[in-house]
Design a protein around this ligand. Sequence first.
Ligand SMILES: Cc1ncc(COP(=O)(O)O)c(C=O)c1O
Length: 458
Amino acid sequence: MEEDPRNGKATHHHYHHPHTPKKPRLIQFISEPEIRQEFSHHQSGVARINNGSFGSCPGSVLDAQKKWQLRFLQQPDDFCFNTLKKGILESRTVIKNLINADNVDDVSLVDNATTAAAIVLQHIGRQFAEGKFQKNDTVIMFHCAYQAVKKSIQAYVTPVGGSVIQVQLPFPVNSNEEIIREFRKGLERGKANGGRVRLAILDHITSMPSVVIPVCELIKICREECVDQVFVDGAHAIGSVLVDVKEIGADFYVSNLYKWFFSPPSVAFLYCGNSGIKCDVHHPVVSHEYGNGLPTESAWVGARDYSPQLVVPSILEFVNRFEGGIQGIMERNHDQVVKMGKMLAESWGTNLGSPPEMCASMIMVGLPARLCVTSEDDAIRLRSHLRVYHGIEVPVYYQAMKKGDSGPKDKDGCITGYVRISHQVYNTAEDYFKLRDAINQLLEDHNVCKMLPLEQKS
Ligand SMILES: Cc1ncc(COP(=O)(O)O)c(C=O)c1O
């Protein structure tokens, strides 16, 4: 197992950010007890090693959010006329600096990545409907693109004539080259189809299985191969990898702020710096500001709670209490998740799903073959067993056996199950020891996933 490239050395190349805004010098960084206090609303006794799904929001940011909500309720008219726009502009400016965008007008705040996907795919759908794109033209993406994004294609693009090319993401994966090779094959299929590839959808960090995708390299290839537009789904990105939109060079880039950037639910930014397409991009909820540009449209989508959009400067204050700010947080999360992933893989006699340099703050760890994760249902059984009986929150992934039996193996057979572990500032090594012991207990008791109930009372 030692020589497996997936178990290589941890590196930090996702994190070096030449454009990180200067942080104020603090005398003292946040202490361990202060971190515990910030997350004291988390239910005690639960090992939350699934920050990737719903993120986390510290108490000080929740307090700031409450203040914004009260300001609105104190004098709503004044708030809407004089405060709201300015506040959202300030948040967008923080994001603009963080992602190295040229212009604050390239940055919109929306509810979540799903909303951003609707914005992009409705825009693509209109090109088909208006005859600018033709019937044989395609959208290309990896097969593990997020389900909600695929449904948006089904809703907005395929009914008006667009077709879809799905590229199989190699997993477990050893190198970026394996991913690049498959993607190139997908582009060839697009051309063979006789049409043009109009949109590439690339996850920056895939959800399940979780791998950091070499988006810069793939976008370069897209440009060489004349793909019209590129949408990067960076739902998991900001706060876990470097996001430099200039270096990445996509037409659209979305990232949730609530997953790894400590915002309350729910806010995401959508970057669009391409002036040629900006004028045809609209929020799916049309309101008073329709036609005034996406950032302005998105800043008023009817009466609602805008506090998640307004707390972004308070989030920056929170992350700057940590050594190295958000970059320091990313690096330490990465180091810890790799360390814990290796600890688990060693205890279970399995492998990581990718080399450490292809992961950020989440990593896939193989489950022992003896547990027999042989279907999606088995993965759900195990996930709820861990939650209900052990107080562990962790997603489980089922990977069907490869043809020719070429997949990874442990001493008992093929590895077909993985856990996706996350690390965030509130996690401790005990959270992962709990997972290690729960799985080892199942093995000791000669349990296999089929023996666990599918529905479990919580
Ligand atoms: C890759 C990816 N895209 C999109 C989404 C959707 O995010 P949201 O539910 O915030 O819209 C997720 C959520 O986990 C995701 O992992």
